[in-house]
Design a binder for this molecule. Structure first.
Ligand SMILES: NC(=O)c1ccc[n+]([C@@H]2O[C@H](COP(=O)([O-])OP(=O)(O)OC[C@H]3O[C@@H](n4cnc5c(N)ncnc54)[C@H](O)[C@@H]3O)[C@@H](O)[C@H]2O)c1
Ligand SMILES: O=C(O)C(=O)C[C@]1(C(=O)O)C=C[C@@H](O)C=C1
Length: 361
């Protein structure tokens, strides 16, 4: 691929454009909000404005509800040789495009499973897609050249291609992305009118569960409106679990021993099923889930502390697999959980102790 046009230069479009530009592709940037395209260009993502000649690949990164019309317009103007979108829902946009009478051979629906709770070009990063699954939904109609262009885009962004049927994709993301967003929002919504004394106790657990509750409502309204059925199906199953859990907790309050035993069994069942489901979540770079060990280090809240800690881990020859940071409320300190391979944990613990770090058991 020599040239590309990115339409919609927000988080996704600008991140893809940054990756393509850094690998030598000439990228043009268009957004109906001119300032978004100019901002993306100023970040080094490409040149603002439509190309004078048709490009190899047009990447449409606008909200799901605008995808079909944007693609149809780009195709009618002959802006490129192949066309794809990156929207979080795949069945609807494809059907809308067909209804608009577009040439489906030149189009492939795609969805990078990477993102964050922030929008706009300023949140973009060139490495957003690295090691992440990127779903491609070719059909027998898809031109091989277009599929190859999509595969090249995925490779240039260093993501991992996954081929799926569009409707199967929509059911899958209802389970692993769209319902979790709603549940995160619902848990966070409980805090809106909570007492300050309760909110002050927030620890890492609620931070983990509510990170994506900070996402832009506009984008998620668009995603959920494009996939309501599959999301409602998953939420209905969750509602059954919720009702059973409430009943089990009520039974735990009972004076009757049998009822209390039944309640305890119900609670234990959901906790164990949760363990089993969590163990299925893939590890980094999409590998099979792996059990790491945690070395917990207390650090001072001052410049250079994290860098010094990581340098000491590096000097001990230990590869850090993952990191979590918990800021202790009301203290100028933080707790850093360093996740390492089990065989590296004793090596790291000894090395950090020797260098004077305060470790927490
Ligand atoms: N944010 C995520 O985590 C994530 C992850 C994977 C896929 N996606 C999908 O990527 C797409 C873009 O999401 P985002 O997070 O980059 O959103 P964003 O709000 O950061 O950017 C969207 C951009 O599209 C522009 N735009 C809207 N309508 C347009 C139109 N008709 N013509 C030209 N530009 C238009 C907006 O001005 C905005 O700059 C969505 O379809 C979303 O479902 C998002
Ligand atoms: O990590 C996050 O912030 C995300 O929510 C990213 C996430 C996801 O659910 O995994 C959200 C929506 C997209 O369509 C793809 C990725």
């Amino acid at each position: 691929m020599r040239t590309a046009l990115v339409i919609g230069t927000g988080l996704m479009g600008t991140s893809a454009a940054l990756a393509l530009t850094s690998r030598g592709v000439e990228v043009h940037l268009y957004d109906h909000d001119e300032s978004a395209a100019r901002t993306a260009a100023s970040l080094g993502a490409g040149t603002a404005g439509l190309p004078a000649e048709p490009v190899d690949l047009v990447v449409v990164a606008v909200p799901p509800g605008h995808v079909a019309a944007t693609l149809a317009d780009a195709m009618a103007r002959g802006l490129g040789s192949g066309y794809l979108d990156v929207a979080s829902v795949k069945g609807g946009p494809r059907r809308d495009l067909a209804a608009l009478g577009c040439d489906l051979a030149r189009y492939i629906g795609t969805h990078p499973m990477a993102g964050r709770e922030r929008s706009g070009p300023l949140a973009a990063t060139a490495d957003l897609f690295e090691g992440r699954p990127w779903v491609l939904t070719p059909t027998p109609e898809t031109d091989t050249e277009v599929l190859n262009l999509a595969l090249e885009l995925v490779a240039l962004c260093r993501a991992v291609p996954v081929v799926m049927d569009a409707d199967a994709h929509d059911r899958a993301v209802a389970l692993v992305s769209h319902t979790p967003q709603l549940v995160s929002s619902m848990v966070a919504a409980r805090l809106e009118h909570a007492e300050e004394a309760a909110v002050r106790l927030c620890g890492q657990g609620i931070r983990d569960v509510t990170r994506i509750a900070g996402s832009a409502p506009g984008m998620w309204m668009d995603i959920l409106a494009a996939n309501p059925g599959p999301v409602a199906d998953v939420l209905a199953d969750l509602a059954t679990d919720l009702a059973e859990t409430v009943a089990a907790l009520r039974a735990l309050q009972s004076a009757d021993d049998d009822k209390r035993r039944g309640g305890a069994a119900g609670i234990e069942d959901i906790l164990r099923r949760g363990n089993a489901g969590r163990a299925k979540v893939p590890g980094k770079h999409g590998t099979a889930p792996k059990a790491y060990e945690t070395v917990a280090v207390l650090i001072g809240d001052q410049p250079g502390e994290l860098a010094r800690l990581f340098a000491d881990a590096g000097a001990a020859g230990v590869n850090i697999e993952d990191v979590r940071i918990e800021h202790s409320t009301g203290q100028q300190a933080g707790l850093v959980d360093i996740l390492v391979e089990p065989r590296s944990a004793p090596v790291l613990t000894a090395a950090l102790r020797q260098r004077g770090w305060a470790l927490r058991q």
